[in-house]
Write a protein that binds this ligand. Sequence first.
Ligand code: M6R
Length: 519
Amino acid sequence: MVHNGIIENWRELAEQLRTEGHTFVSDTDTEVIAHLVERELSGGCSLAAAVRATLREVRGAFALAVMCAGEPGTIVAGRRVSPLIIGMGDGESGEGLLASDIPALLGRTRRFWVLDDDQVVVLRPGSMLVTTLQGKEVEPKELHVDWDLEAAEKGGYPDFMGKEIHEQPRAIADTLLGRLLADGTVELDEFRITDDELRHVDKVFVVACGSSYHAGMVAKYAIERLARLRTEIDIASEFRYRDPVLDDRTLVVGVSQSGETIDTLQAMREARQWDAKIMVISNVVDSSMAREADGVLYTRAGPEVGVAATKTHLTQVVALELLALYLAQLRGFAEPADARVLFADLARLPELVERALAPGRDAEVAEIAGKFADTRDFFFLGRHVGFPVALEGALKLKEISYLRAEGYPAGELKHGPIALIVPGTVVVGVATRTHLWEKMMGNVAEVRARGATVVLVANEGDEETAAQADEVLWVPRTHPLFAPVIDVVPLQLLAYHIARAHGHDVDRPRNLAKTVTVE
Ligand code: M6R
């Protein structure tokens, strides 16, 4: 048996099973399921009936698959809350496949179905039968997947992360396609929330986890600045337990590349209870969140196999910028003169990210990474939209290099963290030109004065910034609101090259799952 999730009533079930004579070899919720299935099988029923009966008894979140020696060639699987995708190989003897998400199966098949909550599937070579927990047959929902096999291969790169970083210009262009119109307006397809409903909104909550949360932070700056609409950003696992004030004039935007992250999914469900309008920014068509939301805005990054989010993060920021522009379009731009410049700059993002990734630039970052191969502690600083960039740069380094990396808003440094700056501490600062550049450089001076080694992300040709740095990560300049899309690119590369210098598997960092389907 394979189980992903948490069975909440496992202790009481284990207690009962022990009194019936079952002997446990572990202290896990998963083993309880195996014993329950065994109990049903010994009563003479089929594996499918045994799994259905078991799932009627358990509480919690699970996606599981069970096989038994008595029924070779059969897999029975079921789910509640945690996602489960079914794949079928071609032909009569086509293999049955199960996974949490589509990219895991892309190399094996192009035919996918999604299992809904409290459904059970029986897979045999070439056949599949889906039923409810009561055994009633149901039609499984086929998934439309237009990702191709090539997208799930490394294509000459040593790893998926490297390939996915370099796919970012294309991913951004695809995400903008058909949405940023030539007449200088934004059109959002698949949106399913009417313009009138959006005009009625008086508050936006963005909820997300990890890199998606960092993308969501950018939305707060963009929506408040462009549309003058109050916007809050919340970590999804905190949002649902803190009694947020929501009503039918609230728009809750879940940001999740997978569309399956349990914390974000449950936060959206919580918001639904308060009559809020729900929309999701997801990379996976028909993901659980996409199916449940009132509106969907798909990022079109293609499958992301590397555990560290790169192209999905950038396209999330782009999608959120589109949402901010759309809201401003509906409600009137706070500064109408802005609109034309913004549209032009947004359209240029693919080209600018391409420039940030040019072979020469990549080699420069690799060389800088080489100099820090022995550094154990990093500080990442930024202000305004540079703050989420600093957090994302720090997260990338933590998760694939296993190095301590702290992201801070630079202005907060003097309130405590500056105590940690000693000669040789490496500080990476986002110092591209925004209205807070001077203040940021003031913070850079503070850490330099304490002997820090300073690496700055700076706009191409900005020698004034470079003069304050030991190393420079050059990026093209854009409108400050879009700078997070470009400024994070050298930080992705820095983390990537440092991790590779340490000999780590950047695609499969330890302790991490691509999609986090447990609380
Ligand atoms: O699928 P999601 O966007 O909801 O995933 C959220 C986080 O788990 C994810 O961004 C995670 O932090 C990545 N490992 C970051 O690289």
